[in-house]
Design a binder for this molecule. Structure first.
Ligand code: HEM
Length: 228
């Protein structure tokens, strides 16, 4: 509540301070510009890292199930479109949009990154016709921890990376961060796999949900899809 209020206050402030440059619009408006259009930017433009998950009546992915694991559900829709970049208008018939950005890793060690790089496949493999979109939010008590305390829970106690590595290269993944965008969730996790590996994916998800890390998950929706 406080969070969303702060975010909406911030967005109004941005509109007043820099009209035409940064507009963080509410969910029911059509304009959702995130990025300043005119201000010169250093480095890679953030638009290269923005991904929009648009739920509605049309899209490349057909939704086969939408199960709230914990916390409030999302409105049920039949399809999902995944669009990159800074969307200026919502596609026709869309009911909701979840946005996130890819970012630098927070927890991996050099050794873990090398292992991940050596075995993780890219998205879009023709045989990977199944997907899962799992939006997740963690509790205030998670965010109050320090980085080293979070790493201890995430990996030393919960073995998130060690476990995940066992499922590569069967499962392709992309992690999107949304907490600092004042979005509804903290993370949007996206996975692609072939029908032959569906059971393996269930086992992975079950294992992670039983770990200490998941004590801090306060909202999670498990959305399963197949490519049309
Ligand atoms: C395919 C196997 C998987 C691998 C290899 C994997 C690997 C990773 C890695 C390396 C990170 C940390 C990135 C960083 O350093 O910032 C991460 C974060 C995360 N993963 Fe996974 N993961 C897998 C499966 C899953 C599944 C199935 C879920 C959800 C059910 C999930 C949810 C998350 C979340 C929410 C984060 C962010 C945690 C945080 O920053 O607090 N992962 N994953």
């Amino acid at each position: 509540m406080v969070n969303s209020l702060t975010c909406s206050l911030l967005s109004s402030l941005f509109v007043i301070v820099a009209p035409g440059q940064l507009t963080l619009a509410t969910r029911d408006t059509q304009m959702r510009e995130l990025i300043p259009k005119e201000r010169p930017m250093k480095g890679k433009p953030i638009t290269n890292r923005v991904f929009n998950f648009v739920g509605g009546a049309t899209g490349q992915w057909q939704i086969v199930s939408m199960d709230p694991v914990v916390g409030a559900p999302l409105e049920r829709v039949s399809s999902l479109e995944v669009l990159d970049g800074n969307l200026e208008t919502l596609p026709n018939g869309s009911k909701w949009i979840l946005r996130g950005v890819t970012s630098n890793e927070r927890y991996v060690t050099r050794r873990e990154r090398d292992l991940l790089t050596a075995s993780q496949p890219g998205l879009g493999r023709p045989e990977a016709t199944c997907a899962a979109l799992i939006p997740i939010s963690k509790s205030a008590s998670w965010w109050e921890l320090t980085q080293d305390e979070r790493r201890t829970i995430f990996e030393t106690h919960s073995h998130h990376i060690e476990t995940g590595l066992r499922y590569l290269p069967a499962i392709a993944r992309r992690l999107h961060h949304c907490r600092d965008l004042c979005e509804e969730f903290d993370f949007l996790t996206w996975f692609e796999y072939s029908p032959a590996n569906s059971q393996m994916f269930e086992e992975l998800v079950k294992g992670l949900r039983e770990s200490e890390e998941w004590n801090y998950v306060e909202r999670e929706i498990d959305i399963r899809l197949i490519r049309t």
